[in-house]
Design a protein around this ligand. Structure first.
Ligand code: GTP
Length: 234
């Protein structure tokens, strides 16, 4: 096993599957199956999930809403996704705990770092909900922050594309994939791996990032076993 403690970042959009909005339960079940493959190996797993399939603070601002207000709504959207994911994990027989950065104790434990680490040590998947709990920070930043806090070996970012490309592969058919790339080269080439706040946090704390296609079954386990899947930024 290449990685023992892992932070998995899932986008909210990834939960939509082929739908235009909301949550595709079949897709969630597939993710839970992939997650089971790695927790069965003894991987300690934290998960941060976005909320863009339900609500986006940035877009709400474009529509005239106060950004801070919109961001808090986005954080609530991540909690909806987190609860759906927890339910899918439970159905798959995976023990999990949901910790929220914004206190809502009737539905989730409050986020306490030491508690999160203890849950991981006991083999529970820890889902970190409500982003960082602050406006102006993305869930990528939440993923970087939580990964550093729990001393994760790596952030694994599940996307719809196979990794980091020279150009946007959905727009340019000549785009080529990097197997590995340095943090400096990501900056130098203006590549979009995460937003800059999230990315810089990883760089400054020597936390490698793996970008991979979560919709290819078995990929998550391949990464954990050290196979060359996606792109490693280190
Ligand atoms: P240990 O302390 O290691 O035994 O962990 P545990 O999570 O099994 O024990 P605990 O008794 O703290 O929690 C039992 C259940 O209640 C778990 O599903 C927790 O996620 C949940 N839980 C614990 N604290 C809270 C809380 O403040 N709010 C909510 N909604 N659930 C909580």
């Amino acid at each position: 096993m290449k990685y023992k403690r892992v932070l998995l970042k899932l986008s909210g959009e990834s939960l939509m599957g082929d739908k235009k909005f909301g949550i595709d339960n079949a897709r969630l079940t597939k993710y839970a199956e992939q997650i089971k493959e790695i927790t069965d190996l003894g991987v300690e797993l934290g998960i941060v999930i976005g909320g863009g399939n339900i609500f986006r603070g940035v877009q709400a601002e474009e529509g005239g809403m106060d950004r801070t207000h919109g961001d808090y709504m986005g954080m609530l959207a991540t909690m909806i996704n987190a609860m759906a994911l927890q339910s899918a994990l439970e159905t798959a027989g995976i023990d999990s705990r949901l910790l929220s950065a914004i206190e809502m104790k009737e539905i989730a434990e409050p986020y306490v770092r030491r508690r999160a680490v203890r849950h991981l040590e006991k083999g529970r998947v820890v889902i970190f909900g409500a982003g960082t709990g602050n406006p102006y920070f993305t869930t990528d930043s939440a993923a970087s922050l939580r990964a550093i806090e729990i001393n994760a070996d790596v952030i694994i970012k599940g996307t719809r594309v196979d990794g980091v490309y020279t150009k946007d592969p959905e727009q340019d058919p000549n785009a080529e994939k990097y197997d590995t790339i340095s943090f400096d080269d990501v900056y130098a080439n203006g590549l979009n791996v995460m937003d800059m706040t999230a990315f810089t946090l990883c760089k400054e704390n020597d936390l490698p990032i793996v970008v991979f296609n979560i919709n290819t079954e078995g990929n998550l386990k391949r990464i954990i076993m050290g196979e060359s899947v996606g792109t490693i930024v280190a």
